[in-house]
Design a protein. Structure first.
Length: 439
Protein backbone atom coordinates (compact mmCIF):
# COMPACT_ATOMS: atom_id res chain seq x y z
CA UNK A 1 0.00 0.00 0.00
CA UNK A 2 1.35 3.42 -1.00
CA UNK A 3 1.56 6.02 1.74
CA UNK A 4 -0.88 8.91 1.13
CA UNK A 5 0.48 12.43 0.62
CA UNK A 6 -1.39 13.59 3.73
CA UNK A 7 -1.82 11.46 6.85
CA UNK A 8 -3.44 12.20 10.19
CA UNK A 9 -1.49 10.41 12.92
CA UNK A 10 -2.46 9.29 16.42
CA UNK A 11 0.52 8.69 18.73
CA UNK A 12 -0.20 6.53 21.78
CA UNK A 13 2.06 6.94 24.82
CA UNK A 14 3.18 9.72 27.12
CA UNK A 15 6.91 9.35 27.82
CA UNK A 16 10.36 10.15 26.48
CA UNK A 17 10.17 7.54 23.73
CA UNK A 18 6.94 9.10 22.46
CA UNK A 19 8.40 12.62 22.57
CA UNK A 20 11.21 11.41 20.30
CA UNK A 21 8.67 9.74 18.00
CA UNK A 22 6.53 12.88 17.96
CA UNK A 23 9.54 14.94 16.86
CA UNK A 24 10.24 12.54 13.99
CA UNK A 25 6.59 12.46 12.91
CA UNK A 26 6.29 16.26 13.11
CA UNK A 27 9.22 16.60 10.67
CA UNK A 28 7.38 14.64 7.97
CA UNK A 29 6.01 16.61 5.01
CA UNK A 30 3.16 14.08 4.89
CA UNK A 31 1.76 15.02 8.29
CA UNK A 32 -1.78 16.27 8.35
CA UNK A 33 -2.77 16.51 12.02
CA UNK A 34 -0.87 14.92 14.89
CA UNK A 35 -3.07 13.72 17.73
CA UNK A 36 -1.38 12.56 20.91
CA UNK A 37 -2.25 10.57 24.00
CA UNK A 38 -4.54 12.42 26.44
CA UNK A 39 -1.91 11.80 29.14
CA UNK A 40 0.93 13.12 26.95
CA UNK A 41 3.56 15.19 28.75
CA UNK A 42 3.93 18.90 27.90
CA UNK A 43 6.77 18.24 25.44
CA UNK A 44 4.67 15.85 23.36
CA UNK A 45 1.57 18.05 23.64
CA UNK A 46 3.53 21.00 22.20
CA UNK A 47 3.83 19.06 18.93
CA UNK A 48 0.22 17.89 18.57
CA UNK A 49 -3.28 17.94 20.04
CA UNK A 50 -4.29 15.80 22.98
CA UNK A 51 -7.01 13.33 22.00
CA UNK A 52 -10.29 13.65 23.91
CA UNK A 53 -10.72 9.93 24.50
CA UNK A 54 -10.06 7.61 27.46
CA UNK A 55 -7.11 5.24 26.97
CA UNK A 56 -8.77 2.41 28.85
CA UNK A 57 -8.42 -1.23 27.78
CA UNK A 58 -12.15 -1.66 28.37
CA UNK A 59 -12.98 1.26 26.10
CA UNK A 60 -11.02 0.51 22.96
CA UNK A 61 -14.22 1.02 21.00
CA UNK A 62 -14.11 4.70 21.97
CA UNK A 63 -10.53 5.01 20.71
CA UNK A 64 -11.64 3.37 17.46
CA UNK A 65 -14.52 5.84 17.17
CA UNK A 66 -12.11 8.71 17.77
CA UNK A 67 -9.79 7.47 15.01
CA UNK A 68 -12.71 7.15 12.60
CA UNK A 69 -14.04 10.60 13.50
CA UNK A 70 -10.63 12.27 13.05
CA UNK A 71 -9.77 10.25 9.91
CA UNK A 72 -6.62 8.83 11.48
CA UNK A 73 -4.60 7.08 8.77
CA UNK A 74 -1.69 5.94 10.95
CA UNK A 75 -1.60 4.91 14.61
CA UNK A 76 1.81 4.66 16.28
CA UNK A 77 1.69 2.76 19.59
CA UNK A 78 4.70 3.44 21.79
CA UNK A 79 4.28 1.50 25.08
CA UNK A 80 3.92 -2.23 25.64
CA UNK A 81 0.79 -2.26 27.82
CA UNK A 82 -1.73 -1.18 25.14
CA UNK A 83 -0.18 -3.64 22.70
CA UNK A 84 -0.58 -6.49 25.17
CA UNK A 85 -4.17 -5.35 25.77
CA UNK A 86 -4.99 -5.58 22.05
CA UNK A 87 -5.20 -1.93 21.06
CA UNK A 88 -3.58 -2.63 17.68
CA UNK A 89 -6.23 -5.29 16.97
CA UNK A 90 -9.03 -2.86 17.88
CA UNK A 91 -7.81 0.02 15.70
CA UNK A 92 -6.72 -1.89 12.59
CA UNK A 93 -10.19 -1.85 11.03
CA UNK A 94 -12.09 1.33 10.15
CA UNK A 95 -15.84 1.72 10.46
CA UNK A 96 -16.20 1.27 6.68
CA UNK A 97 -14.36 -2.07 6.79
CA UNK A 98 -11.11 -0.80 5.27
CA UNK A 99 -7.77 -1.30 7.04
CA UNK A 100 -6.03 1.37 9.07
CA UNK A 101 -2.23 1.42 9.31
CA UNK A 102 -1.16 0.59 12.88
CA UNK A 103 2.50 0.45 13.90
CA UNK A 104 2.35 -2.21 16.58
CA UNK A 105 1.71 -5.97 16.66
CA UNK A 106 -1.58 -7.66 17.60
CA UNK A 107 -1.99 -8.92 21.16
CA UNK A 108 -1.17 -12.48 20.13
CA UNK A 109 2.26 -11.40 18.89
CA UNK A 110 2.74 -8.95 21.78
CA UNK A 111 2.91 -11.98 24.10
CA UNK A 112 6.54 -12.16 23.03
CA UNK A 113 7.14 -9.36 25.55
CA UNK A 114 4.11 -9.71 27.81
CA UNK A 115 4.83 -13.34 28.70
CA UNK A 116 8.50 -14.24 29.12
CA UNK A 117 7.62 -17.91 29.64
CA UNK A 118 5.87 -17.96 26.25
CA UNK A 119 8.83 -16.19 24.65
CA UNK A 120 11.26 -18.69 26.15
CA UNK A 121 9.27 -21.63 24.78
CA UNK A 122 9.02 -20.01 21.34
CA UNK A 123 12.76 -19.46 21.28
CA UNK A 124 13.48 -23.05 22.27
CA UNK A 125 11.12 -24.38 19.61
CA UNK A 126 12.76 -22.18 16.97
CA UNK A 127 16.33 -23.03 18.11
CA UNK A 128 17.10 -19.38 18.83
CA UNK A 129 20.22 -18.96 21.02
CA UNK A 130 19.19 -17.90 24.52
CA UNK A 131 19.93 -18.70 28.15
CA UNK A 132 18.77 -22.01 29.56
CA UNK A 133 15.85 -21.42 31.88
CA UNK A 134 12.69 -22.69 33.51
CA UNK A 135 9.41 -20.99 34.34
CA UNK A 136 7.51 -21.34 37.62
CA UNK A 137 4.11 -20.23 38.87
CA UNK A 138 4.51 -22.00 42.22
CA UNK A 139 6.70 -20.22 44.77
CA UNK A 140 7.71 -23.38 46.66
CA UNK A 141 8.84 -25.09 43.47
CA UNK A 142 10.80 -22.03 42.33
CA UNK A 143 12.45 -21.70 45.75
CA UNK A 144 13.40 -25.40 45.79
CA UNK A 145 14.92 -25.06 42.31
CA UNK A 146 17.06 -22.08 43.33
CA UNK A 147 18.21 -23.82 46.51
CA UNK A 148 19.25 -26.88 44.52
CA UNK A 149 21.58 -24.93 42.23
CA UNK A 150 25.21 -24.15 42.93
CA UNK A 151 25.56 -21.43 40.28
CA UNK A 152 23.85 -18.02 40.28
CA UNK A 153 20.76 -17.42 38.15
CA UNK A 154 18.83 -14.46 36.77
CA UNK A 155 15.27 -14.08 38.03
CA UNK A 156 12.67 -12.45 35.79
CA UNK A 157 9.04 -11.55 36.34
CA UNK A 158 7.28 -13.27 33.44
CA UNK A 159 4.82 -10.44 32.84
CA UNK A 160 5.18 -6.75 32.02
CA UNK A 161 7.13 -4.91 34.72
CA UNK A 162 8.11 -1.63 33.02
CA UNK A 163 11.63 -2.87 32.31
CA UNK A 164 12.35 -3.39 36.02
CA UNK A 165 11.34 -7.03 36.59
CA UNK A 166 14.81 -8.53 36.19
CA UNK A 167 17.06 -9.27 39.17
CA UNK A 168 20.69 -10.38 38.85
CA UNK A 169 21.54 -11.53 42.40
CA UNK A 170 25.13 -11.67 43.59
CA UNK A 171 24.46 -14.33 46.21
CA UNK A 172 22.01 -17.18 46.78
CA UNK A 173 20.41 -15.20 49.64
CA UNK A 174 19.83 -12.23 47.33
CA UNK A 175 18.23 -14.53 44.79
CA UNK A 176 15.88 -16.13 47.30
CA UNK A 177 14.91 -12.73 48.68
CA UNK A 178 14.16 -11.41 45.18
CA UNK A 179 12.09 -14.49 44.40
CA UNK A 180 10.01 -13.96 47.55
CA UNK A 181 9.49 -10.27 46.76
CA UNK A 182 8.25 -11.13 43.28
CA UNK A 183 6.08 -14.17 43.90
CA UNK A 184 4.90 -13.62 47.48
CA UNK A 185 5.19 -9.87 48.03
CA UNK A 186 4.10 -9.14 44.43
CA UNK A 187 6.68 -6.36 44.09
CA UNK A 188 5.79 -6.15 40.37
CA UNK A 189 2.11 -6.95 40.79
CA UNK A 190 0.61 -9.73 38.69
CA UNK A 191 3.70 -9.66 36.44
CA UNK A 192 5.59 -11.56 39.15
CA UNK A 193 3.06 -14.30 39.84
CA UNK A 194 5.01 -16.32 37.29
CA UNK A 195 8.78 -16.12 37.01
CA UNK A 196 11.49 -17.31 34.65
CA UNK A 197 14.74 -18.44 36.26
CA UNK A 198 17.61 -18.68 33.81
CA UNK A 199 21.34 -19.16 33.70
CA UNK A 200 23.52 -16.10 34.25
CA UNK A 201 25.24 -15.16 30.98
CA UNK A 202 28.27 -12.91 30.70
CA UNK A 203 29.41 -10.48 28.04
CA UNK A 204 28.56 -7.04 26.64
CA UNK A 205 24.87 -6.22 26.16
CA UNK A 206 23.52 -4.63 23.01
CA UNK A 207 20.07 -3.78 21.67
CA UNK A 208 19.15 -4.57 18.07
CA UNK A 209 15.83 -3.29 16.80
CA UNK A 210 14.10 -4.06 13.54
CA UNK A 211 11.01 -2.97 11.68
CA UNK A 212 8.98 -6.01 10.66
CA UNK A 213 6.02 -5.81 8.25
CA UNK A 214 4.90 -9.40 8.60
CA UNK A 215 7.55 -10.87 6.31
CA UNK A 216 10.19 -8.25 5.53
CA UNK A 217 12.75 -7.39 8.23
CA UNK A 218 14.59 -4.07 8.29
CA UNK A 219 17.40 -4.12 10.86
CA UNK A 220 17.97 -0.70 12.44
CA UNK A 221 21.34 0.64 13.64
CA UNK A 222 22.36 -1.14 16.88
CA UNK A 223 22.05 0.72 20.18
CA UNK A 224 23.54 0.22 23.60
CA UNK A 225 21.47 0.81 26.73
CA UNK A 226 22.59 1.34 30.33
CA UNK A 227 20.11 -0.33 32.67
CA UNK A 228 21.64 0.08 36.13
CA UNK A 229 21.06 3.24 38.12
CA UNK A 230 24.69 3.90 39.00
CA UNK A 231 28.01 4.27 37.23
CA UNK A 232 29.91 1.12 36.28
CA UNK A 233 26.58 -0.77 36.16
CA UNK A 234 25.96 -0.59 39.90
CA UNK A 235 22.72 -0.15 41.80
CA UNK A 236 19.22 -1.36 41.00
CA UNK A 237 17.84 -2.12 37.56
CA UNK A 238 15.92 0.69 35.89
CA UNK A 239 13.97 1.27 32.70
CA UNK A 240 17.19 2.69 31.24
CA UNK A 241 19.54 5.52 32.30
CA UNK A 242 20.96 6.30 28.87
CA UNK A 243 21.82 4.93 25.45
CA UNK A 244 23.93 5.59 22.41
CA UNK A 245 23.68 4.80 18.71
CA UNK A 246 25.25 3.32 16.72
CA UNK A 247 26.83 0.78 19.03
CA UNK A 248 30.33 -0.28 17.99
CA UNK A 249 30.10 -3.66 19.73
CA UNK A 250 28.66 -5.42 16.67
CA UNK A 251 30.54 -5.86 13.41
CA UNK A 252 28.90 -6.59 10.08
CA UNK A 253 29.37 -10.34 10.39
CA UNK A 254 27.77 -10.46 13.84
CA UNK A 255 24.85 -8.29 12.72
CA UNK A 256 24.27 -10.70 9.84
CA UNK A 257 24.36 -13.59 12.29
CA UNK A 258 21.84 -11.87 14.58
CA UNK A 259 19.47 -11.35 11.67
CA UNK A 260 19.86 -14.95 10.51
CA UNK A 261 19.77 -16.69 13.91
CA UNK A 262 17.44 -14.41 15.86
CA UNK A 263 15.13 -12.21 13.79
CA UNK A 264 14.28 -14.52 10.90
CA UNK A 265 13.43 -17.55 13.05
CA UNK A 266 11.37 -15.59 15.62
CA UNK A 267 9.30 -13.88 12.92
CA UNK A 268 8.72 -17.26 11.27
CA UNK A 269 7.83 -18.84 14.63
CA UNK A 270 5.26 -16.13 15.33
CA UNK A 271 3.72 -16.60 11.90
CA UNK A 272 3.44 -20.34 12.53
CA UNK A 273 1.70 -19.47 15.78
CA UNK A 274 -0.79 -17.36 13.78
CA UNK A 275 0.69 -14.15 15.17
CA UNK A 276 1.92 -12.12 12.20
CA UNK A 277 4.21 -9.41 13.49
CA UNK A 278 3.95 -5.85 12.18
CA UNK A 279 5.80 -3.24 14.15
CA UNK A 280 9.05 -2.79 16.03
CA UNK A 281 10.81 -5.94 17.22
CA UNK A 282 13.52 -5.40 19.83
CA UNK A 283 16.08 -8.03 20.73
CA UNK A 284 18.14 -7.47 23.86
CA UNK A 285 21.31 -9.48 23.31
CA UNK A 286 24.26 -10.69 25.35
CA UNK A 287 27.44 -11.16 23.34
CA UNK A 288 28.68 -14.31 25.05
CA UNK A 289 31.88 -16.24 24.22
CA UNK A 290 29.61 -18.68 22.35
CA UNK A 291 28.07 -15.91 20.27
CA UNK A 292 25.05 -13.60 20.60
CA UNK A 293 22.21 -14.88 22.78
CA UNK A 294 18.80 -13.35 23.41
CA UNK A 295 18.15 -11.86 26.85
CA UNK A 296 14.64 -10.70 26.01
CA UNK A 297 12.35 -9.58 23.22
CA UNK A 298 10.31 -6.38 23.28
CA UNK A 299 7.59 -5.54 20.79
CA UNK A 300 8.10 -1.78 20.57
CA UNK A 301 10.83 0.82 20.51
CA UNK A 302 13.03 0.70 23.58
CA UNK A 303 13.19 3.67 25.90
CA UNK A 304 15.73 5.30 25.86
CA UNK A 305 17.08 3.57 22.71
CA UNK A 306 14.36 5.25 20.66
CA UNK A 307 15.74 8.71 21.43
CA UNK A 308 19.17 8.39 19.76
CA UNK A 309 17.63 6.32 16.95
CA UNK A 310 15.04 8.98 16.09
CA UNK A 311 17.68 11.71 16.38
CA UNK A 312 19.68 9.97 13.63
CA UNK A 313 16.69 9.19 11.36
CA UNK A 314 16.81 11.30 8.20
CA UNK A 315 14.02 9.55 6.27
CA UNK A 316 10.33 10.44 6.36
CA UNK A 317 9.08 8.80 9.56
CA UNK A 318 5.44 8.65 8.45
CA UNK A 319 6.34 6.96 5.16
CA UNK A 320 8.57 4.48 7.00
CA UNK A 321 6.05 3.64 9.74
CA UNK A 322 3.18 3.40 7.25
CA UNK A 323 5.18 0.98 5.09
CA UNK A 324 5.94 -1.19 8.12
CA UNK A 325 2.28 -1.24 9.15
CA UNK A 326 1.02 -2.14 5.67
CA UNK A 327 3.49 -4.82 4.58
CA UNK A 328 5.41 -2.49 2.26
CA UNK A 329 8.87 -2.17 3.80
CA UNK A 330 10.44 -3.43 0.60
CA UNK A 331 9.33 -0.21 -1.11
CA UNK A 332 11.16 2.24 1.16
CA UNK A 333 14.81 3.03 1.65
CA UNK A 334 15.74 4.39 5.07
CA UNK A 335 18.50 6.94 5.55
CA UNK A 336 20.43 7.55 8.77
CA UNK A 337 22.71 10.40 9.78
CA UNK A 338 26.42 9.68 9.75
CA UNK A 339 26.64 11.34 13.16
CA UNK A 340 26.63 9.61 16.53
CA UNK A 341 23.95 10.17 19.15
CA UNK A 342 24.17 9.87 22.94
CA UNK A 343 21.21 10.09 25.33
CA UNK A 344 21.63 10.80 29.05
CA UNK A 345 18.58 10.23 31.26
CA UNK A 346 17.89 12.58 34.17
CA UNK A 347 15.89 10.83 36.88
CA UNK A 348 13.99 12.05 39.92
CA UNK A 349 15.11 11.69 43.51
CA UNK A 350 14.11 8.29 44.86
CA UNK A 351 14.02 6.60 41.44
CA UNK A 352 13.50 3.71 40.78
CA UNK A 353 11.87 2.78 44.11
CA UNK A 354 9.83 5.88 45.05
CA UNK A 355 10.48 8.80 42.71
CA UNK A 356 9.62 12.20 44.11
CA UNK A 357 7.26 14.44 42.12
CA UNK A 358 6.64 18.17 41.93
CA UNK A 359 10.19 19.54 41.71
CA UNK A 360 10.51 22.49 39.33
CA UNK A 361 12.67 21.91 36.22
CA UNK A 362 14.81 24.69 34.77
CA UNK A 363 17.48 24.99 32.09
CA UNK A 364 15.94 23.08 29.17
CA UNK A 365 16.02 26.09 26.84
CA UNK A 366 19.67 26.74 27.66
CA UNK A 367 20.50 23.07 27.09
CA UNK A 368 18.84 23.04 23.67
CA UNK A 369 20.86 26.06 22.55
CA UNK A 370 23.89 23.77 22.42
CA UNK A 371 24.46 22.55 18.86
CA UNK A 372 23.00 19.11 18.19
CA UNK A 373 21.07 18.87 21.47
CA UNK A 374 17.40 18.05 22.02
CA UNK A 375 15.69 17.34 25.33
CA UNK A 376 12.88 14.80 25.30
CA UNK A 377 10.43 15.05 28.17
CA UNK A 378 9.38 11.85 29.93
CA UNK A 379 8.09 12.27 33.49
CA UNK A 380 7.04 15.91 33.41
CA UNK A 381 3.91 17.97 34.04
CA UNK A 382 2.87 21.60 33.91
CA UNK A 383 1.67 22.91 37.30
CA UNK A 384 0.79 26.60 37.82
CA UNK A 385 2.73 27.51 34.71
CA UNK A 386 5.88 25.69 35.83
CA UNK A 387 7.38 22.50 34.39
CA UNK A 388 7.82 19.99 37.22
CA UNK A 389 8.84 16.37 37.69
CA UNK A 390 6.01 13.83 37.62
CA UNK A 391 7.72 10.47 37.12
CA UNK A 392 10.88 8.46 37.66
CA UNK A 393 12.78 9.16 34.47
CA UNK A 394 12.18 12.87 33.95
CA UNK A 395 14.13 13.90 30.83
CA UNK A 396 16.30 12.40 28.12
CA UNK A 397 19.10 14.69 26.91
CA UNK A 398 20.19 13.63 23.43
CA UNK A 399 23.14 15.10 21.56
CA UNK A 400 24.50 14.50 18.08
CA UNK A 401 28.17 14.74 17.15
CA UNK A 402 30.63 13.76 14.46
CA UNK A 403 32.23 11.39 16.99
CA UNK A 404 31.11 9.55 20.11
CA UNK A 405 33.31 11.88 22.14
CA UNK A 406 31.70 15.01 20.70
CA UNK A 407 28.15 13.70 21.11
CA UNK A 408 28.87 12.61 24.67
CA UNK A 409 30.51 15.92 25.64
CA UNK A 410 27.52 17.87 24.28
CA UNK A 411 25.02 15.63 26.05
CA UNK A 412 26.70 16.02 29.42
CA UNK A 413 27.26 19.75 28.97
CA UNK A 414 23.56 20.13 28.23
CA UNK A 415 22.53 17.85 31.10
CA UNK A 416 24.59 20.00 33.45
CA UNK A 417 22.52 23.08 32.55
CA UNK A 418 19.24 21.41 33.58
CA UNK A 419 18.33 21.57 37.24
CA UNK A 420 15.73 20.09 39.57
CA UNK A 421 16.06 19.00 43.17
CA UNK A 422 17.37 15.48 43.60
CA UNK A 423 18.44 15.07 39.94
CA UNK A 424 20.08 11.71 39.30
CA UNK A 425 22.16 10.76 36.26
CA UNK A 426 24.95 8.42 35.35
CA UNK A 427 28.30 9.94 34.45
CA UNK A 428 29.47 7.09 32.20
CA UNK A 429 26.89 6.86 29.38
CA UNK A 430 28.80 6.10 26.18
CA UNK A 431 32.16 6.14 27.96
CA UNK A 432 33.06 2.62 26.80
CA UNK A 433 32.25 3.49 23.19
CA UNK A 434 34.33 6.66 23.36
CA UNK A 435 37.29 4.74 24.79
CA UNK A 436 36.95 1.99 22.22
CA UNK A 437 36.86 4.52 19.39
CA UNK A 438 40.02 6.09 20.75
CA UNK A 439 38.40 9.49 20.62
Amino acid sequence: MTCPDRVNVFLVGAGGREHALARAIARSPRLGELWVDPAANPGIASLGRRADVPMDSKQHYRVRQFCDRRDIGLVVIGPEDPLAQGLADSLAERADGSRRAVLGPPARAARLEADKAYAKKLMRDASIPTAEGRSFDDYAAAKAFLESRTELHVIKAAGLAKGKGVVVPKTECEGLAALERMMVGLEFGDAGRRVVIEELMTGPEVSVLALVDGRNIMILPPCQDHKRLGDDDTGPNTGGMGAFCPSNTLDVATMSRVEREVFVPIVDALRRDEAEFRGVLYAGLMLTPAGPKVLEFNVRFGDPECQPLMARLESDAIELFHACATGSLHRVDVQWSEQHAVTVVLAAQGYPAKPRKGDEITGIEAAERIEGVRVDQAGTAMVDGKLVTSGGRVLGVTAMGTSFAEARERAYRAAGLIEFDGKQMRADIGASATAKAGA
